[in-house]
Design a protein around this ligand. Structure first.
Ligand SMILES: [Cu+2]
Length: 219
């Protein structure tokens, strides 16, 4: 094979690897503003009802011995059911900006209880599963099976901040009030690691509550 042919083959392989890594990050929940999946549990709100739903906030604080801080927002968003669909529905956009995580990846979940009384974070209980009580397995947010609380992983950027922004097509905004968000010391391994992704100890947590609209408008 000539030298230029080798360069072409290597370039194609590199492009392939980049595309695969990007897909994996989306599956894990790093960033996806396209609704991708087949979950059909969103309520049939009208656009005006959807946009009138309250924004939720979770002010992240560290568990004992950690230095994590940041904010998570859950906001209603009227969005296409899929990239090529003319049909819209009311989904929840989850955004976060978190400092103080060593990286590279940290499990990011909604847990069952809004109880921050234990310094190690265990008082938040396990993953928030579907309130209807299905026996869904743990997974990443883009997987066919997942818990409501499975938000995947936070990816820490070069600046040390973990940014997260994705439209979640499974959770219902109203069902999240009074639950918690928990950030783990290690990465969430997804469906391979049942029942909760094997993400290790809890380094930060917060209670999900109603955001003050005046403060959100100023932000
Ligand atoms: Cu968790």
């Amino acid at each position: 094979m000539g030298r230029s042919a080798v360069v072409v083959v290597l370039s194609a392989a590199l492009l392939c690897a980049v595309a695969l890594a990007s897909n994996q990050r989306q599956r894990e929940g790093a960033r996806s503003l396209k609704v991708t999946s087949r979950h059909a549990v969103v309520p049939s709100f009208s656009e005006s009802t959807c946009s009138a739903l309250p924004t939720l906030i979770c002010n992240v604080q560290p568990t004992d011995g950690n230095q994590v801080s940041g904010t998570v927002y859950l906001t209603p968003i009227w969005s296409q059911r899929s990239a090529d669909s003319q049909s819209f529905a009311c989904y929840t956009r989850v955004t976060a900006s978190i400092a103080g995580l060593p990286g590279p990846k940290h499990g990011f979940h909604a847990h069952t209880y809004g109880d921050l009384s234990s310094a190690d974070g265990k008082s938040t209980g396990g993953h928030f599963t579907n309130p209807a009580g299905t026996d869904a397995q743990h997974g990443y947010p883009g997987d066919a099976t997942r818990h409501w609380g499975d938000f995947g992983n936070l990816h820490v950027g070069a600046d040390g901040i973990a940014e997260y922004d994705r439209i979640d097509d499974v959770i219902r905004l109203g069902g999240m009030v009074g639950r918690s968000i928990t950030i783990h010391a290690e990465d969430d391994k997804g469906v391979e690691e049942q029942p909760s992704g094997g993400a290790g100890s809890r380094v930060a947590y917060c209670v999900i509550g109603y955001a003050n609209p005046a403060v959100v408008a100023d932000a």
